[in-house]
Design a protein around this ligand. Structure first.
Ligand SMILES: [Zn+2]
Length: 468
């Protein structure tokens, strides 16, 4: 080691031209396997000194955390500005002694506090007469942005941008493969997009974040082939994917399990217990508060109180059941989804999405299901016409042009309906005596390709009649 660091010099390679050699008097060799050890040896004294300062966040009678060190990154923690300045001075003196130079431009301060409280006016300095360190609104630690109020809105912004980009490239690459099935698409989404939008969710995942939900909605919209304003409950329910928040809740409990099983001597475990006590004593909205909420929602508050681990498979099943019940209740409240509520009793992947089908046909079927196919029943809504007056203009029946009328009764499509009916009669038992709603359900279940083609023919014919 001594030889390696005696009389070392370096030069820089710029476009294959080497600069003059210069002596390197401090620092570790980049990329060398011994460098982390060498760095640990030198930094260890500083950490010891910081820890013995008795300044920092008081965890319990015997433990004060004043510094987090990860690779060459050092985070100083204090409960007030004066204490933090003392730690900064200590670090600066140490660096002076060992001939390190701390870059004041790369050193910043974040004042963590509750929302209405004003940011500190304290001027933090490495040394007297030196420049003040900038007080910023967030700090990125291990990829998660910890903003000054701990809202995690910046984290969600950054993750939704990255997740959106990942989804975009996934869609672009596979746009050409029109026969990509539901399971392939789901698998790709799970491996390319969810790891990004779920990053760190064990820490921030209890709240809901619109920007992250938009990423998943875009993914389900793309596959079902519907536009931005399509009712979410429709494509979400038909895809049958677990919602963001439910995945995040599971991640919270996964971290909970790891923490509860850690040995009591571990620093992380001590901080976990302190976090729990802080919530208990002053009702802080910290990690344990989130975990407790999730346990309460699952009806398992006792496990929280006993600080036990929980069976994650049970949690997955339970959250899915809750999601299914919630979906079934919500879908009934939304008038556009009248038809869907009748033909789809349960949340879950629909057969018509598993079938290899023309994208346009699939898109029309989705629009038909979600009440957004531009029939009078839908377009009349934009024109402010009452529901009962959104009458079909293509036949003389004087009835509302809804999905049932369009597919089974409107005389404008009688010529197209003859062969369609014959095929259905051959393929579906009891077809002729079936109520219309059952016919639609049965077509989606087993004859979606046939139905898709029929809807397309009718829809194109409708267009040609209207624009004639
Ligand atoms: Zn009609």
């Amino acid at each position: 080691m001594k030889n390696m660091y005696t009389n070392t010099s370096s030069c820089v390679n710029v476009n294959n031209v080497l600069t003059d050699w210069f002596l390197t008097e401090n620092g570790c060799r980049q990329g060398d396997v011994t460098s982390p050890t060498a760095f640990s040896l030198i930094i260890n004294d500083l950490l010891k000194e910081l820890n013995s300062s008795n300044i920092g966040v008081k965890i319990d009678a015997n433990l004060i955390v004043s510094v987090l060190a990860f690779a060459d990154d050092i985070v100083l923690l204090a409960e007030n500005a004066e204490d933090l300045q003392k730690l900064i001075t200590l670090v600066n003196r140490w660096s002076f002694k060992w001939r390190f130079i701390i870059n004041p431009e790369k050193s910043q301060v974040v004042h963590y506090r509750n929302a209405p409280k004003a940011r500190t006016k304290f001027e933090f300095k490495l040394q007297e007469n030196g420049p003040s360190l900038t007080v910023v609104d967030s700090y990125k630690y291990l990829g998660v942005y910890l903003d000054e109020y701990l809202t995690f809105s910046k984290t969600s912004e950054v993750l939704s941008t990255a997740g959106g980009r990942a989804l975009g490239s996934m869609i672009n690459k596979f746009r050409t493969l029109s026969d990509m099935g539901h399971s392939t698409y789901s698998k790709l989404y799970e491996s390319l997009v969810t790891p990004i939008i779920d990053y760190g969710s064990a820490i921030w995942g209890y709240k809901s974040y619109n920007n992250l939900d938009r990423v998943q909605n875009r993914a389900t919209r793309y596959f079902t082939g519907v536009h931005k304003f399509a009712p979410m409950l429709g494509h979400v329910g038909d895809m049958g994917w677990v919602g963001n928040r439910n995945r995040w809740k599971i991640n919270i409990l996964r971290l909970w399990n790891r923490l509860t099983m850690l040995d009591n001597s571990r620093l992380t475990k001590k901080i976990f217990k302190w976090d729990m006590l802080e919530h208990h004593l002053s009702n802080k909205t910290n990690f344990c508060a989130q975990a407790k909420q999730v346990f309460c929602e699952l009806g398992k508050k006792d496990i929280y109180q006993k600080i036990d681990p929980i069976d994650l498979n049970w949690v997955k099943q339970k959250t899915l059941n809750v999601e299914e019940t919630q979906w079934a209740n919500d879908v009934k409240k939304y008038s556009k989804l009248d038809l869907l509520a009748e033909i789809k009793p349960e949340f879950g992947t629909e057969n018509y999405l598993k079938v290899d089908m023309d994208r346009y046909d699939k898109s029309l079927l989705s629009q038909y299901r979600y009440g957004i196919l531009p029939l009078e029943i839908e377009t009349g809504r934009y024109k402010g016409i009452d529901r009962e007056h959104r009458v079909c203009t293509l036949c003389d029946n004087e009835v509302v042009e809804d999905q049932v009328h369009f597919a089974f009764h409107c005389s404008a499509y009688n010529h197209l309906r003859v062969t369609f009916n014959d095929t259905c009669n051959n393929r579906i038992e009891g077809w002729n005596n079936m109520p219309d709603i059952d016919k639609i359900a049965s077509l989606f279940e087993n004859q979606s390709r046939l139905f898709g083609k029929f809807i397309k023919k009718c829809f194109l014919h409708r267009k040609s009649l209207l624009f004639k």
